[in-house]
Design a protein around this ligand. Sequence first.
Ligand SMILES: C[S@@+](CC[C@H](N)C(=O)[O-])C[C@H]1O[C@@H](n2cnc3c(N)ncnc32)[C@H](O)[C@@H]1O
Length: 854
Amino acid sequence: MTVKNGTEPTYEVHARLSARLPLALLHLTHKDRTAAICTLNALGISPEDLQAYQDTIGAVGIPETSTSPPQFHPGMSEAELRVAIPRYKAWFEEDRKIPPQRARYVSRQTLLSFHNRVRQARWSDGLPQGEVSTRMTISGFPRHSSIVPLERLERICFSQMLVRKVHLGSYLLCRSIAPSCLTTMIDRVASVQLLIEDPEGNTHYLTIYNFPTTSHCSVKYLDDLFPVGTIFAIREPTFKAPTMGNYPIVRVDSPSDIILVSPGHSVLKGVVWRTDNPSSKILAVSTIDSCRNRGNALFQASHWLPAALVYSRGLVANPKATVLLSNRAEAYLRLGFWSGTIADAKRVRTSPDAPEALRNKAMFREAKAEYARGNYGTAEDLFLQQQSVRPDDEVVKGWISRARKRQAEQETGQYDWETLFNQSQSDHHLDVAEFRGPIEVQQVSRRGGGRGIVAVQDIEIGQLVLVAKPFHSVYERDLHPNEIMLSVDLITSKMNTRTQSALLAGVMQKLLGNPELHGLVFDLYAGPDSSPPSSYPPVISPDVTPVDPSQASIDIDVARLDAIISFNGFSPSVLEPISCRSKTRPEEGKPSGLYLLPALFNHACQSNAVWTCVGDVMVIRATKRIILGEEITIPYTSAHSNPYEERRAILRQFSIDECDCHLCQDDRKDDESAHKMRDELLAKRKSSQLIDASTAQLLSLEQQFAATYSPSRGPCKPRLADIQHAIAETLRKSGSKASIPDAIEYEKKALQSLGFIVLGKDAMQQSEPWEDTKLPIDTAQIPTASPFETPALYMLRLAHDYLRLSDTSGAIGWLKTAQWLVATWVGGDKMFFMRIMAPVLEEWKLKRLAASVV
Ligand SMILES: C[S@@+](CC[C@H](N)C(=O)[O-])C[C@H]1O[C@@H](n2cnc3c(N)ncnc32)[C@H](O)[C@@H]1O
């Protein structure tokens, strides 16, 4: 056997050779050339033959990457990341310059045995006990997602494909030949790994990212989702060089690029598969009974998407099978595919052929999906129709009552914050309606994206501007405890938390099941490199779109969605009972969420509105009187915890070059050396450790610190507040009553440094006995340099001081001020205040007084 130099090898040749060379190639894969040659000799193939073969195919043994990319690992410091990310970007750019080339040839048997070894050794029963899995992704780099319908693409086979190429205008028809893996040792990625063959019998890896329901799923689940023999059509496939390990992969980033092909699909017309794959034949069975039984078994195992796929397969063959439609509606309900549920359930409910019981079942499913979509009126009507059939059913009554409560919330903006807060402590995902105050999205100048939120009526301080639920949110407790997910975001140059990494896939899943919402997400700002649409929200059709789980009805541009999440994502830290010692939450444990309308608010450090999250519900309130036509802003970051330069760096990640709020204008009055000096003064002590210093040390620090501020700036100096609060605390520690007045003075100074206007003695005396309208601070505006927890603590500390001096009216005044602050910033009544401040009120013995007066 000789393959002549210079002849263009075809995959046919590879296939023929591969039948005789598996062992040799296996040795080669393991870099054991001697063993390979021995095997070849035994087959009568000379080393020269092999060399000629290698030369002509131009791939075996030639590395497909320039160099390995820089690696990232958990717990990398900011400094390490600052070095590694530009290196990765440089590697990425270099790697992109390497021209496309023919794929390294690896035989089917080699790949199969490798794949099976990996799967069996580590993944057959999920993660071994006690083992932590590390998954790694890079986000924020250009990735192709197809927008061309399958019918307009030409079929392509591996023999025509090149590594490092996006095959525009083509689709790859392939089928799986082995059970799948979630991750493999060769490429530690957050993806599904499948071995696939094309009709010519050539085999490669397929790696699927972001496929709905696969994030954190078990391998057993994958077996049900992608059973061996599953046929895929992959639109405009990207064939990628391996960045780790040996084998090139077909990489799919967007789930809308994958079509799961049912028997009878037009793409299978005239296709002859070279190999026999008995599993495909089993999957081709699609009678109503077989699909119902199989689907129900999967449903029982909570494998809802696999169940929906099986019901769908039955529906392709039997489009009028209402039992399959009804069951699929329930599977969709569990998946959060509300549009899919409504479309299917409606068809059953209006089908004259369906038995009455089935029609009623479907109507109940439809009602629940309408409720989940926030259409509470429609849901109530449907629940009422259910009630006419089942008048004594308590479950139906419960749903009617919930639908009515939601409508009341939607219309009035009245919520039971205390109950919601209590519920949120055990489950972040709350059942409430959204509320929209007098606001509108309008064009605003000098803002990236060009849009912002504007008041369409005067809004009073503390007035509710918006109550919004997340489009999707992820909390630590939603994720697998033994999984570390690393995601390096090349847009923000930051390591994303694992909740941020999971958010992208979650948003995609919701879009796939609710396709008509596509514009609401994709019309959000996607950064300076993409042009935004002029208005928001886009007009959304009130009609739902039927959902086919095997083929998305929308195109999901992953790179754009990545950018949208980077520029619009929130970390909706959940409100918890506040304790005396403030805790700083580590980045890693923070939740992540995409909120639609809240994403249209622009930033100001000193803003006229603020946001808080009760559970996953975002509440936005005015912090001053906002007049009609005024833009409403919220802080993206805290000025108290982030000094000017750090704030600038954070804002630059949102491509905000310079914030034009009063606080930033003031900060710009201090020259760079002043900012540096403050950093140096605080370098030795973190804010939380200030309390350990002596009063004398702190007084000297305060003096030096105060001297760094320009005399022309306003009184708001957030970093000074910590020092002044610490002085007050050391004075209190002396235990002597005589030092309390000084402690009070410093605590008030701390409040002033946060931007509050503390009224002078005269005003305070005048206002006795304390009335709501006469609080010891100016209530025209709440400074937003720090979250409300810090000033609320300072205020209650003052109440405690006054109590120690037996000045009850002073104590009541500051108690009421703290309550006013909480009610204005977050909302809620006295009971809500007592609940979230309970640990502080308890420790500082203010509970009884608070109960009697606030
Ligand atoms: C969450 S979006 C806000 C809505 C956005 N303006 C739009 O048109 O969709 C965040 C982006 O708005 C822009 N932005 C927000 N606050 C800004 C500010 N104070 N100055 C300039 N641009 C701002 C930045 O481009 C930022 O990346």
